[in-house]
Design a protein around this ligand. Structure first.
Ligand code: EPZ
Length: 417
C-alpha cells in the first residue's frame, strides 16, 4: 500500500492550476447514458473515482476512448442495465446510473451503494422521488431492481431533504420522462448547475422556476456534443486553506472565484489576504489566524467537503472555534488523527470544539476518507519534521497529482510504496 512522506514546516509559494471537478464529472458521465451515440467530455480530472465511473459505463456497454485531453463515449451499442456491487461499493456515486438507465430502458438493476467512513449513505430520497415518476422497485440481496412499466411519467416532486445525488438522479431521469416534471427543494451545488448545462447542451428542456425549483419537459433523444466540465471547487478550497495553514502565498488558477465566495469570505474573515482576478484567486496566509465558528450547509453554505481542511486551519487560530457538521452523521474521522499530531479537538455530537494555538507535531497517520486524508496532508505540511500518511488510495480518489502540485509550490513531499 502506498504512503505519503511529508516534511514540514513549509510555506507554500507559487501557483496551482485547478483540475476538473470530480463531483461534476461523475453525474455528467452517468448522464451520457441518455445518449444513443457519441458524447465527448473535456477537463475530466485524472482521479480514481472517474476511472471507476468509466469502468462502470464500460460494464454497461459504453465504448470509451481517451484521445489526448478528451474522453469520447460511444453508446451506439450500450444496452446493459446491470451495475454491479464490485464497482458501486468503492464509489457511492455509482447509484447515479439508476436515473439514466431507467430513463433510457425503463428498467435497471443497480447495487445499493452501501455505507462508507462518513456515513450510511442511504438512497431513500432517490427512490421515493423516482417512484413519483412511476418507477416500481424492490431491494433484493443488496440490489435495487427498478422498472417503469409505463415508462417514466412526469410529476410534481418536492424533496423531503436537500440531496445532491438525488437531485442529480432525478434531473437526468425527468429529462426523458413523458410530460413535465416539477422538482422542488433541489440541491443547487455548482456541480448540479454544470449537469444542467450539460443536459441543456445535449438538447434537454430544463428551466428554473425558483431558487431551488426546476421544470423539466421530457425529450426522447439527445444530440452529440463536446462538453468541458467545470473546475473542482473543493480542490480549489483545499489549496486556499493550504496557503492559510502554511502562511504561504499561492495563486489558485483556472477557477471561477464567485463560485467559492463563501470560502473566500471566511478566509478573509480569519485574516488571510485575498486578491481576486477573473479566473484566479491570490491568497497570502497570515501569521495571526482569527478563530471562527463554522457550520456545514448545502450550497451556498460552507461545504461539508471542506470541513476537515478548515478544522486544520482553525487549530492554528488564536482562540477556540466550533465546527458543526450538519450534513453527514460521521464526518469527524480526521479528528483522532489530528489529535495524535497535538491538536486538542473535542467531539460533542455533531460539533467539534477546536482549541486554537496548536503547533502540529509530525506523526505516522492513517487516512480514512477522501477529505479527511487531505486534511492530514495540510497538518503535516505545517508540522516541523517528517509525517507519514498511510492508505493514500483515499486521496487518489479525488485529488489529481496532489504531490506534484504541492512539490511545485515548495512542499517536501513524496510517495513511497
Ligand atoms: C455528494 O454526495 C458529494 N458526492 C459529496 O462529496 C458531498 O459531500 C455531498 O454531496 C454533500 O455536498 C458527489 O457529488 C459524488 P447528499 P451525496 O445526497 O450526493 C443524506 C466528496 O468528498 N441522504 O447531498 O451522497 C445523506 O446521508 C463527497 O467528494 C439521505 O438521507 O450527498 C447525507 O447525510 C463526499 N437519503 C445528506 O443526505 C438519500 O437518499 C446529504 O447527502 C440521500 C442522501
Amino acid at each position: 500500500m502506498q504512503k505519503l512522506e511529508v516534511f514540514g514546516a513549509k510555506k507554500l509559494k507559487g501557483q496551482i492550476n485547478i483540475s476538473g471537478s470530480k463531483n461534476a464529472s461523475l453525474p455528467i458521465l452517468a448522464a451520457t447514458l441518455l445518449s444513443k451515440n457519441q458524447i465527448t467530455l473535456k477537463n475530466l480530472p485524472n482521479v480514481k473515482d472517474i476511472d471507476t465511473m468509466m469502468s462502470l459505463l464500460d460494464s454497461l456497454g459504453s465504448k470509451i476512448k481517451k484521445v489526448k485531453d478528451k474522453i469520447i463515449i460511444n453508446n451506439s451499442r450500450q444496452k446493459k442495465t446491470f451495475a454491479s456491487y464490485n464497482l458501486v461499493k468503492t464509489m457511492r456515486a455509482g447509484i447515479l446510473v439508476l436515473g439514466p438507465l431507467l430513463a433510457k430502458f425503463g428498467n435497471a438493476k443497480v447495487s445499493l451503494p452501501g455505507g462508507c467512513a462518513i456515513g450510511t449513505r442511504p438512497i431513500n430520497i432517490h427512490l421515493d422521488a423516482l417512484s413519483k415518476l412511476g418507477v416500481k422497485y424492490k431491494i433484493i440481496q443488496g440490489y435495487v431492481h427498478a422498472y417503469a412499466p409505463k415508462g417514466l411519467i412526469g410529476n410534481k416532486i418536492r424533496f423531503s431533504k436537500i440531496s445532491v445525488g438525488a437531485t442529480e438522479n432525478l434531473i437526468i431521469a425527468a429529462s426523458f420522462a413523458k410530460g413535465s416534471t416539477y422538482l422542488n427543494n433541489i440541491a443547487i451545488e455548482s456541480e448540479i448547475i454544470d449537469l444542467i448545462n450539460f443536459l441543456k447542451n445535449m438538447g434537454c428542456n430544463i428551466k428554473w422556476t425558483g431558487k431551488r425549483s426546476l421544470k423539466i419537459k421530457g425529450v426522447s433523444k439527445v444530440k452529440e456534443i463536446t462538453y468541458p466540465v467545470m473546475f473542482d471547487r473543493i480542490e480549489a478550497g483545499t489549496y486556499l486553506i493550504a496557503a492559510a495553514v502554511t502562511e504561504g502565498n499561492l495563486k489558485i488558477k483556472n477557477i471561477v472565484p464567485k463560485i467559492i465566495q463563501t470560502e473566500i469570505n471566511i478566509l478573509k474573515k480569519i485574516g488571510a489576504k485575498i486578491n481576486i482576478k477573473k479566473s484566479e484567486v491570490h491568497i497570502i496566509g497570515n501569521k495571526k489566524i482569527k478563530s471562527i465558528n463554522i457550520k456545514t450547509a448545502p450550497y451556498p453554505g460552507f461545504p461539508t467537503d471542506l470541513q476537515a481542511q478548515m478544522m486544520v486551519l482553525l487549530c492554528r487560530a488564536n482562540k477556540q472555534s466550533v465546527i458543526k457538521e450538519d450534513i453527514f452523521e460521521n464526518r469527524f474521522m480526521h479528528v483522532a488523527e489530528l489529535n495524535r499530531m497535538g491538536a486538542q479537538i473535542l467531539i460533542k455530537g455533531n460539533k467539534a470544539i477546536v482549541q486554537g494555538n496548536i503547533n502540529f507535531a509530525p506523526a505516522e497517520l492513517m487516512a480514512t476518507d477522501l477529505r479527511a486524508s487531505v486534511s492530514l496532508v495540510l497538518a503535516a505540511l505545517s508540522a516541523k519534521g517528517k509525517s507519514v500518511i498511510n492508505r493514500i488510495y483515499h486521496l487518489d480518489r479525488g485529488y489529481e497529482n496532489i504531490e506534484k502540485k504541492l512539490k511545485k509550490v515548495g512542499a517536501k513531499i513524496r510517495r513511497v510504496n
